[in-house]
Design a protein around this ligand. Structure first.
Ligand code: C2E
Ligand code: CA
Ligand code: CA
Length: 566
């Protein structure tokens, strides 16, 4: 907008005179044409058309209130209703004192009484209004987010606080809307399409929260904040669904979530209220079934806990507080289950908090770039353990380690893996790699190429958590994989819901088609084991056989295998 007024500074500004009386139009043109280019309209409708056509260059409108086809007041309210017109200042021309007040109330900047005063007075009022409007536009350039036209965060907080001052008793909700895995959309379709999606979301939010007691802003890339009068949980669920419909229109799948800090405590600083909404939203970041998350106080502790863990990570790594546990996988295709491999799972043995499960810290570290360090550490310890077993026990099984999305971005990954196997003296088929399905899908080409490279170097690739997401069937056949690992939740629901194992059968069919084995994890009962065996699942892992155990305990399984006991 600033640029816009700079361009105008060179030439003459445009002014529209809307008056049905010929003589008035001529008079005003005469007075103003030295300094301005004057456009003329002789009725309300014509004026409206000209305003729309010249909306980007018009600096001012001089508006007669009594005109045929559309009165000046009607036109005024139309202008103030249309976002791209309402910034154009209007000076009302009138002989009636009452209408002056009314038109000022309706958004007019100023008025010029009829009969007209001295030309200098008219000129002064005109130039003052233009100046005012242009200053206001400069201010509003920082008031608005460039991409979406929503308030920027500073103005959003300012208007929200102002509202609180005037309506201290209104029950208000602080909302934080996020797009689930927006980076995936960006990577997949490009940022241009990503921007388009964000604009649509902004529009939809403005429509939904159009009332006077609602404020909408874009906080960062794909995070939107709304401050509005209290609504109930179900209503928010509907709103989120409504917004997600944008995805259908744009032929992408779009999932949004909202964190709600309901009837918020106004004694809290406004940005803290939205901090709470954000905490609530982040809680369901990886939950595909829930889209509305209500804040409760316990979440604050969780947040502080998370900060503590991230802070302590470097020291913990140095002090070797991370241990690798092993969980056996059994081949169930024969008469008797046979130990076939294992999965390495990290544990944090914290000096004061005790054992922390990876579910609590892996997602944090993934967001913080710490995961790469931890993973490399786990791979190395695992490789060394395999070498140790071989040397001491004369037996070992392949052990799979987990790879995060972040690892796949690392151009050195293949070198690192090779270095680890070489330095610990194991071969490449001793170390299997588990890559989650969502990592594959997030950025098709780059991720897939990297996994391909690993596979070409002789590493065995298991697709982890299959069935939880995203990949389409025609994509799967292109992916470099040696085994499909069924997502645990997937098995859980299959057996909970009246033994409906049809989906498992379908996945096994897909695996057959790809000529790779299916690994089922999270198998806890004999019933599940037998059913999976019947369905043709090759390998199972789960508490039914063993929880993940420390390295020395795992040796029991190796010794049993050595003695031919399983
Ligand atoms: P995952 O790779 O899907 O690992 C399987 C998880 O299921 C493990 O949880 C395991 O302990 C658990 N599990 C195995 N059998 C059963 C069962 O019968 N019932 C139940 N309820 N659970 C079972 P864990 O060890 O807590 O790991 C959670 C997740 O953390 C892993 O999921 C993996 O995504 C991640 N993770 C663990 N270690 C590492 C690591 O070293 N690096 C990376 N990047 N991620 C890791
Ligand atoms: Ca895994
Ligand atoms: Ca898994």
């Amino acid at each position: 907008m600033k640029e816009h007024s700079d361009v105008l500074a060179g030439g003459k500004r445009n002014i529209l005179v809307a008056d049905d009386e010929f003589i008035n139009r001529e008079l005003l043109e005469n007075i103003l044409s030295d300094e301005y280019d004057v456009l003329k309209a002789e009725d309300g409708e014509m004026a409206y058309e000209m305003i729309r056509q010249n909306r980007n260059t018009l600096s001012l409108i001089l508006l007669d209130l009594i005109m045929p086809k559309m009165t000046g007041l009607e036109l005024l309210s139309r202008i103030s209703d249309e976002p791209d017109l309402k910034g154009i200042p209007v000076i009302v021309l009138t002989s009636d004192h009452d209408s002056e007040v009314e038109s000022l109330r309706n958004g007019a900047y100023d008025f010029i009484p009829k009969p007209y005063p001295q030309p200098d007075v008219i000129k002064a009022r005109v130039s003052r209004s233009i100046e005012l409007a242009e200053n206001r536009q400069i201010i509003s350039a920082t008031e608005r987010d460039e991409l979406t036209g929503l308030y920027t965060i500073e103005y959003f907080y300012r208007y929200g606080s102002q509202f609180d001052k005037y309506y201290p008793n209104a029950e208000m909700d602080a909302l934080c809307f996020d797009v689930n895995h927006f980076h995936v959309l960006n990577e997949r379709f490009g940022t241009e399409k990503g921007d388009e999606i964000l604009k649509h979301i902004a529009e939809r939010l403005e429509t939904v929260f159009a009332d006077k007691a609602s404020f909408v802003c874009r906080k960062t890339a794909d995070t939107f904040l709304v401050y509005c009068s209290h609504r109930d949980h179900d209503e928010y669920a509907k709103i989120v669904d409504q917004i997600a419909e944008i995805g259908e229109d744009l032929h992408t799948s779009l999932k949004m979530r909202v964190g709600v800090y309901s009837c918020c405590d106004k004694k809290l600083d406004i940005h803290l209220r939205f901090g709470r909404a954000k905490i609530a939203s982040d809680k369901i970041r990886n939950n595909y079934t829930v889209s509305v998350s209500d804040f409760d106080e316990a979440l604050i502790d969780a947040e502080l806990f998370a900060e503590q863990l991230v802070e302590e990570f470097p020291k913990a790594l140095e002090e070797k507080q991370f241990l690798v546990y092993f969980q056996p996988k059994f081949d169930i295709r024969g008469d008797k289950p046979v130990l076939s491999s294992a999965e390495a799972l990290v544990r944090w043995i914290h000096p004061s908090l005790g054992m922390i499960s990876p579910g609590a810290f892996i997602p944090l570290f993934e967001g913080d770039g710490l995961i790469a360090k931890l993973d490399e550490y786990v791979w190395r310890r695992t490789a060394e353990k395999i070498a140790d077993w071989k040397a001491r026990l004369g037996i070992s099984v392949p052990v799979s380690v987990n790879l995060s999305r972040a690892d796949l971005y690392d151009p050195e990954l293949v070198d690192t893996m090779e270095k680890i196997t070489r330095e610990s003296g194991i071969s490449r088929d001793d170390l299997y790699l588990e890559v989650t399905e969502s990592a594959y899908v997030s950025d098709s080409s780059q991720m897939v190429d990297r996994v391909k490279a690993l596979r070409e170097h002789g590493f065995f690739i298991e697709m982890d958590d299959f069935g939880s997401g995203y990949s389409s069937l025609n994509m799967i056949s292109e992916l470099p994989i040696d085994a499909l690992k069924l997502d645990m939740k997937f098995i859980r629901t299959a057996f909970e819901k009246k033994n409906d194992t049809r989906m498992i059968s379908i996945v096994i069919d897909i695996a057959d088609y790809l000529k790779v084995p299916v690994i089922a994890e999270g198998v806890e009962t004999e019933e599940q084991y037998l059913e999976l065996k019947r369905l043709g699942c090759a390998i199972i892992q789960g508490y039914y056989f063993s929880k993940p155990v420390p390295a020395d305990e795992f040796e029991r399984f190796l010794n049993d295998k050595k003695e031919g006991k399983g």
